[in-house]
Design a protein around this ligand. Sequence first.
Ligand SMILES: Cc1ncc(COP(=O)(O)O)c(C=O)c1O
Length: 416
Amino acid sequence: MTVAKSIPFLNLVAPHIELEQELVGVFRQALHSASFIGGRMVDEFEKAFAEFCDAKQTVAVSSGTDALRFALMACNVKAGDVVVTVPNTFIATTEAISQAGALPEFVDIDERTYNMNPDKLQEYLEKQCSRDKSGTLISQRSGRPVMAVVPVHLYGQTANMDPILRLAESYGLMVVEDACQAHGAKYFSRRHNCWMKAGSMGRAAAFSFYPGKNLGACGEGGAVTTNDPVLADKIRMLRDHGQAKKYYHDMEGYNGRLDAIQAGLLHAKLTHLPKWNARRRERAAEYNRLFAAADHAVVTPREHSWSRAVYHLYVIRTEDRDGMISHLNRAGIGTGIHYPIPLHLQKAYIALNYHLGDFPAAEKAAAEIVSLPMFPQLTKVQQARVVEEVLRFTSELSRKQVESEASSFATLDRTA
Ligand SMILES: Cc1ncc(COP(=O)(O)O)c(C=O)c1O
């Protein structure tokens, strides 16, 4: 009997082996110049990443969380303001909002794309907010001014930005994209009649270079992109103790810089990102094809015609999620759940006073989603085995359901 090899959820070793010489070269260059903080490697990476995102400016920082926090602060989000986002995201989204001094409030998601539902944003703005005497938009649940919206481009697919930007414009709100999972994702804007990149649509956008991201550092890292040079300068000061000139501090800031070695490594990897993203899209298409051909279909990701997702994650849905994960793990297949508890139901946010039932689409997704193996080096053979095991589980599940329905009919028959 042959034992099937295990399939990891993510293979981070393969791309680093592939680029070993290049990456070691970066490290050697940094050692020889001893330029570890700031300098040429950071400047060059910032320029290249701005170009990649079709944005005018990039400010490299120490993490995606800092990128989001600095972007919000630079957009003048202040203590006591409300920032609207979605409940099904990594907690860093709301941590950054809270750390900027603001209060997160949520609107529900679209149940097939998992991104902010613009209709729900509209409903929130129309029905749950009102204008005070000075014309400021006030949230009725907290009594605080609403300042910004943070759509999250979850799993590598952009939110539906046209209606979100239109609503933000008409209500005078800032939009900061959480693009931490969406390096290279594209959105067709009907307003501009062109494809736009994640990170080029809001007032600013935050990216994470956590190692498992589509563009990942060999450590921590992040970046803000923006088309506004004044905003970029403010973020440059925030990341560096509030100084534009050494020891001349115009304000208090943070130690939030990206170090030069990470910038160099990221720059080397950036040249490979279009190829890696294209492979992720091919892998997603292959999963879609294999699932579409099967009887016991699971719910696969939806990509609208206006979207070109970069599949940071490939997420399916099934009623018995925990059963499926146990089955796949027993078969040696790695899985993930992104994320099992929506933020409004997390212990950390009890004080926000949200309840089960407040965001049905996000809650249903959290209960049913499974992330399958997804990385550029995943092979077709591996994918076929993942799908085979998923379908083995779902067909067994539907057989058991049919049997249990038949036995309850038989019981009814006897008791009638
Ligand atoms: C949606 C989202 N926002 C923010 C972050 C925070 O990024 P970092 O871990 O680099 O601070 C992440 C990273 O996991 C993320 O996935």
